[in-house]
Ligand binder design. Structure first.
Ligand code: FO1
Length: 312
């Protein structure tokens, strides 16, 4: 049975782990990763695209295993120097990482599309898999807290997710268009994977781009998500805290209910399988915690098998 190309929707750190696993068990030409750009922002005059870069570094083997974001073997002369000048140092840009932001900003200002630049950087870093931003248009996630609306990176990095989240908005999404290649990839997909990323801040911005959710629903390909919550805890980041603040159960079932009818298959950690048994999608219990490269590959195989079993 032929599966056809696979499309993965992903945020940063957690999603990039599964994207790497998928890239190692599929031919490169069979995988497209659609990256969230709601976290993007302008900082120190530069265009920063955290999730695109996290995916790019992970797929190129250049990622920093300690942080999950940024580059391995990084040096921090720029940060040290800007700090000495009294500049902003709350968002840490390593020297090697900085080159990506400087060159991307230059190319964006000269009129190139983000998708084109992303594809070109990936090729230059030896990545065969296609990484596409969800849109070339700016979409900016904002967080409503008790003190009012704040920019996503202000909430996430500067304030370390401390503010209570009352609501989220994806500014610019209603006017945005899917990046070139996104709709075509979804239309022709043999399987669509929702990576174990935060549903609210990583996946929902992608689904908020007009046409993307509709293309997923119309594709006919099985849609399989992996839970980012294990036993009521987020593997990394604020997913569980955010769910509780938004009045949802911080469980694998809470995530599934959020995706609702979009899902045909749902992969959860063994301990969560009983909780999600009543949910509409077909549940697969697996080891979803990805500590090693073998874990990433094994989970990728489980996800693809789950999709295949839904297609038969
Ligand atoms: N996350 C942090 O927690 N602290 C940082 O200083 C930081 C810097 C940074 C630089 C480049 C980049 O691509 C990502 C960076 N991140 C940092 C991660 C990032 O902002 C978030 O993890 C994502 O936006 C959430 O997916």
């Amino acid at each position: 049975m032929t599966r056809g190309p696979v499309v993965a929707l992903s945020g940063g750190v957690g999603g990039a782990k599964l994207a790497l696993g998928l890239s190692r068990v599929l031919p490169a030409s069979d995988l497209t990763v659609i990256a969230n750009t709601g976290d993007d922002f302008e900082h120190l005059g530069l265009s920063i695209c955290p999730d695109i870069d996290t995916l790019t570094y992970a797929l190129a083997g250049l990622d920093n295993p300690a942080t999950g974001w940024g580059r391995r073997d990084e040096t921090w002369s720029f940060m040290d120097s800007i700090k000495a000048l009294g500049g902003e140092d709350w968002f840490r840009l390593g020297d090697r990482d900085l080159a990506v932001h400087v060159e991307r900003t230059r190319r964006l200002r000269s009129g190139e599309a983000l998708s084109q630049i992303t594809i070109d950087f990936a090729a230059r870093l030896g990545i065969g898999v296609r990484i596409l931003p969800m849109s070339d248009d700016p979409v900016r996630t904002r967080v409503l807290s008790d003190g009012g609306w704040i920019d996503f990176q202000d909430y996430f990095v500067r304030q370390q997710c401390r503010p209570v989240v009352r609501a989220l908005s994806f500014d610019g999404a209603p006017m945005s268009q899917p990046a070139p290649g996104v709709i075509q990839a979804l239309r022709t997909a043999g399987a669509i994977v929702i990576c174990p990323s935060n549903p609210f801040i990583s996946i929902e911005p992608i689904l908020a781009v007009p046409g993307i959710r509709e293309a997923i629903e119309a594709s006919g390909a099985p849609v399989v998500a992996v839970s980012p919550i294990i036993g009521g805890k987020a593997v990394k980041g604020p997913t569980a805290k955010m769910m509780a603040e938004l009045g949802m159960d911080a469980t694998a079932l809470g995530v599934a209910l959020r995706y609702g009818d979009l899902l045909n298959g749902y992969v959860v950690e063994h301990e969560d399988a009983a909780d999600v048994a009543g949910f509409g999608a077909r549940v697969t219990a697996a080891k979803t915690l990805m500590q090693s490269l073998e874990d990433r590959e094994a989970l990728a195989r489980v996800v693809l098998e789950a999709a295949d079993s839904l297609r038969r």
